[in-house]
Design a protein around this ligand. Sequence first.
Ligand code: NAD
Length: 463
Amino acid sequence: MSEVLKSYNPADGSPVGEVKITSEEELKAIVKRSAAAQKKWAAFSIDERISILQKAGHALEMESRQIGSLLSMEMGKGWRRAVGEVGGSAKSISFVASKVKEALEPVVSEGYGMRTTIKYDPIGVCGIISPWNYPVSMAHWMIIPALTAGNSVVLKPSEETPLVAKAYVDALNKVLPEDIIQIVFGDDRQGKALVNSDVNFIGFTGSMEAGKNILKAAADSLKPVMMELGGKDPLIVLEDADIDDAVSFAIANSLENAGQMCISTERVFVDEKIADEFEKKAAHYISYYKVGPYTDPQAHVGPIINERQRRRIISHIDDALSKGAGLLAGCSGEDHPAPYIIPTILTNVTDEMLVAKEETFGPVVCITRFSDVEDAIRSANGTEYGLGAVVYGEKDAAEVASRLDAGMIGINTSAGGGGDTPWVGAKMSGYGYHGSPDGHRQFTQPRVISEVVRYQKEGQYED
Ligand code: NAD
């Protein structure tokens, strides 16, 4: 008897649909078919693959409204954001694939009497394991470079969002050759089975804990692993910052996607000279943010993905309040009406509070005042995470930014570069990365081909 995975609308708990959980035998057969399909896919030229992927992107874009609606229903984010996630993913294909092509051009060098060519060949079958918070784009960010490079993909989406993942894969499969991208359904058990299967590479986006487990499991076969993990991003607001800009960024980036974003602002350090004004304005700005389901056009902050995660956010708020934090907006404990967390501002947050150490992943703004910027930098760097960081300010902003231990640092703007740049975490927020020429090459097996070049006369080589 086959098991099913049921999917529920986080706003009201109603069922959205179900999928069949992939058995271990089915998973093995899927990976085997993927390996066979990959050989044919790799035999196409990269231009042919890009042309097929662009057509697949068009098919995805044509369905972005329907898939976006499903995304809203299954994950809870607002409809515009959801359609934007699907449509934006579809539109990005041409740009990303062209950058992958540039990155994978063979590199030829001469020296030591040899001509050496570095080729970037496909690595084989890529197992991609994805989270629920951006259920289309997080998978897509790894799938497109993997496919462009000539690999096939087996996707294991989050157990929270299987239906939208299926709709995404089905849309691409209207164009892609058979078995180039397949999907397996289930929770961490199917994720583990995929890691232990004959895939040649694992691309993972998710929590630090799961990342550690995956790395251990991949060790036996020495599979290359790419991991985009969680964060505890700090924002440092210096004395000469534009306060309105800094406040609006702090609130918006703490509350985006109901705080369920890897580069969400999880801690705000404000110079005490401007802290009164900052806090007053923060309380005012946050009052405009309303909770509600995606069907409510006035709602900015959707439901939390599940009750377990909502309880975790409440426990962080309550722990901070019990240790002396102030409550500037929002509420505590059972005053948060399920399935929501009322946008909350905590003040006087200190390093020993859970909300300052662990990833909260909810719509909570945590403010700490500082009199010495060295203390702010020490606290900002004082977690295991190092995904993003932001500094608002003028004179010393670049210098402070240079001392933050994160992979992506924004000055008066969000973390995360524009164009073809790495999406990269420092410390325990990442292990490998995608984006940029170096990132694209991580989806390949480099091969170094060297040949002797004969001398024509001293100092010259034959062509
Ligand atoms: P999660 O780690 O619980 O699950 C992610 C995926 O991994 C799911 O598909 C899950 O089934 C699977 N999984 C869990 N344990 C596994 C195991 N031992 N072996 C194989 N697969 C396993 O994360 P989540 O709750 O879905 O997502 C939220 C987390 O993802 C947050 O920590 C967030 O910061 C992080 N995230 C990071 C980025 C980034 O780019 N760095 C982007 C989005 C989300």
